[in-house]
Design a binder for this molecule. Structure first.
Ligand code: GRF
Length: 191
């Protein structure tokens, strides 16, 4: 199944999917200079650059990104560290065909870019990661998979995030396979 991956940052989840042999047909980014975009260029994966300054509004940017993903024949979208809220037009256009990776056990620490820092600040003993289907409501769609990660004495955001990412790299491929199996049964085109 042709995947479109949305990225803004390091791109370790993107790299993991590519190295496991998933069909990453398109990578879209709002940050053309991020390491994830550099990885896509290096691997010769189609890269769509949608920096906000090129578009007048969030809706205009997301509409251009949606058209580009559809033109690339993308069948499932993976939001892997995309750091902007997506417009409801975008999320409803791809309803049931978009996954998100969040670095907490949702619904804990939903709606924040700083879930790892907040878990440490709150003193939780167990955090983790969640892979869920994206809906119009931020970080609230149906949960597919979760993994717990214990917080260790002396953890800082970097050390805790590194252990959470080990679990993300294990769960996201499983979640993509689950969605592929589910969508194969319905097989209606995107949009
Ligand atoms: C992940 O930790 C994910 O939970 C969050 O953004 C991060 C992306 O990491 N939404 P990477 O760019 O895939 O390394």
């Amino acid at each position: 199944m042709r995947l479109g991956v949305l990225v803004s940052g390091r791109g370790s989840n993107l790299r993991n999917l590519v190295e496991l042999g998933f069909d990453v047909a398109a990578v879209a980014t709002n940050r053309p200079s991020c390491p994830a975009a550099a990885f896509a260029r290096d691997r010769g994966i189609a890269l769509g650059e949608f920096s906000q300054k090129r578009y007048g509004s969030l809706q205009a940017r997301d509409a251009a990104m949606a058209r580009w993903l559809q033109a690339g024949g993308v069948e499932l979208i993976v939001n892997a560290g995309y750091d902007r809220i997506l417009s409801t037009e975008f999320t409803s256009q791809f309803a049931g065909r978009m996954l998100n990776v969040h670095p907490s056990l949702l619904p804990a620490f939903a709606g924040t870019m700083h879930a790892v820092e907040e878990a440490l600040a709150q003193g939780v003993r167990i955090t983790g990661c969640t892979i869920h289907v994206v809906t119009d409501e931020l970080d609230s769609g149906p949960i597919l998979l979760q993994a717990p990660v214990p917080v260790r004495e002396g953890d800082d955001p970097e050390s805790l995030r590194a252990r959470i990412q080990v679990e993300e790299h294990r769960l996201l491929p499983q979640a993509v396979r689950l969605m592929e199996a589910r969508l194969d049964k319905t097989s209606s085109p995107l949009g």
